[in-house]
Design a protein around this ligand. Structure first.
Ligand SMILES: [Zn+2]
Length: 432
């Protein structure tokens, strides 16, 4: 189930997207009070925007703008809205997304072709290990996608290893949709309860929310740890509420495939110009076919690298590498540019490290400093500290300050009030 456009030549894909872009611009000019104002204010005649390159004539949309002008982004009457989704905003309040019936159909299509990328067929049964309610989009998208594809789905939700295993043993799913670090909890539960994970019939896991690969697509320490105990296929998928779209790996596992019928992806530098081929930049997206709240040149805040060579699976679409990091969390440290995920990978390489938190702050002269607090399994030795520092130097060329801390103290930092998930990075720098 590969859409024809994804097998077309690069030129055909570009021409196809440019046609869709014009449809979008006309739609926005008619229905979006936010973008109407932008076009007017910047003197933009939408009939002059014909190519992907022309997009640079339109200002980007930031997360702050989306939050401040949230209602102005809505393009439909209230009675056309079927589903309300919220996502955490940059300025404290959540941002609302409204989806119409057509948007839910688009979301189903998006997820069906994404599952198909990860080799899921209508003979498979998926076990959903993520929340479907609480105004989240992802769980609903997975459910709709499975239904569209004709696959079965078991909605267990997040957490509770016992219930997950009960469900795996009872219904024999073949795929899991899961935050990859939770697989380690499932493995641990299985070990303690004499369940043989490799006899469970699970073929693969669609991994959300955390990276499982390094930039060269080899498995990162977390994925290696999983594979050591549980020999299943790991597929990475990257998505966000604002995008309404997923980038999911195929069996070649060399980046998440772009679906040109659903989204335009630009990779931009600090001045909002496209980066040179093969360079990192901020993913900036334009949604296609969205009715409720379409976005034009929305800066996602995620730094990624695009891969453009054709893939052996037959798709000629661009692929996104693992997220390098959040743009806001970029650290300039002793002349090196760093992002927290690279540090996570290094710390996850040490079994002795039980948990940690990365603190970033400005020193007296205003440059970035990093302090990593780690809690260990009874090994607060200088030797371990030296080993970790050496590993940092080998992988990242620099070594941050590291200190031992007790577990309770770190957990207190990791779970501030109102936080839905543990915070692994505390950024104390003053925002510029
Ligand atoms: Zn592929």
């Amino acid at each position: 189930m590969i859409p024809e456009i994804e097998k077309a030549s690069k030129q055909e894909i570009k021409a196809f997207q440019e046609e869709k872009l014009q449809e979008l611009l006309m739609y926005l000019n008619k229905n979006s009070s936010y973008y109407k104002k932008i076009f007017f204010k910047h003197n933009i005649n939408i009939s002059n925007i014909k190519t992907i390159e022309d997009l640079s004539k339109i200002p980007v949309t930031t997360k702050d703008q989306l939050q401040i002008h949230n209602d102005d982004f809505l393009c439909v009457e209230r009675n056309k809205i079927v589903d309300y989704v919220t996502t955490s905003g940059t300025l404290g309040d959540p941002v609302t997304f409204a989806l119409t019936d057509k948007d839910l159909e688009r979301l189903a299509y998006n997820e069906a072709i994404s599952f198909a990328c990860a080799e899921v067929t209508n003979n498979d049964v998926l076990q959903l290990m993520t929340t479907i309610d609480r105004r989240f989009m992802a769980g609903l998208a997975y459910f709709l996608g499975a239904r569209k594809l004709g696959a079965g789905i078991i909605r267990v939700g997040a957490g509770i290893p016992e219930l997950q295993w009960d469900s795996i043993l009872k219904f024999k799913p073949s795929y899991l949709i899961v935050v990859p670090s939770f697989l380690l909890k499932l493995i641990e539960y299985a070990k303690n309860n004499n369940i043989d994970v490799n006899a469970s019939g699970i073929k693969g896991a669609i991994c959300i929310g955390e990276p499982i690969r390094e930039q060269d697509f080899s498995l990162n320490p977390l994925a290696k740890k999983i594979k050591k105990s549980w020999d299943i296929q790991l597929f990475s998928t990257y998505a966000s509420t604002e995008m309404n779209t997923a980038f999911t790996e195929c069996g070649n596992k060399n980046g998440g495939h772009h679906h040109p019928e659903l989204i335009i992806a630009e990779i931009l530098d600090d001045d909002n110009n496209p980066v040179k081929k093969g360079e990192d930049g901020e993913l900036t997206i334009t949604t296609l076919g969205v009715e409720g709240m379409p976005l034009l040149r929305f800066k996602t805040g995620d730094v990624v690298k695009a891969h453009t060579e054709s893939c052996n699976c037959g798709r000629n679409t661009m692929r996104l590498g693992p997220v390098v990091g959040r743009k806001k969390q970029m650290i300039k440290y002793k002349g090196t540019t760093l992002y927290p995920p690279a540090m996570n990978n290094i710390l996850n390489d040490f079994d002795q490290v039980k948990t940690y938190v990365i603190e970033i702050y400005h020193n007296a002269i205003g440059t970035d400093e990093i302090l990593i607090k780690i809690a260990t399994k009874n090994d607060n030795s200088e030797a371990l500290l030296a080993k970790i520092k050496d590993h940092f130097r080998a992988k990242l060329r620099v070594s941050p300050s590291i200190e031992f801390c007790d577990k309770e103290q770190i957990q207190k930092i990791q779970f501030p009030k109102m936080s839905r998930k543990p915070v692994m990075v505390i950024d104390r720098r003053k925002q510029k």
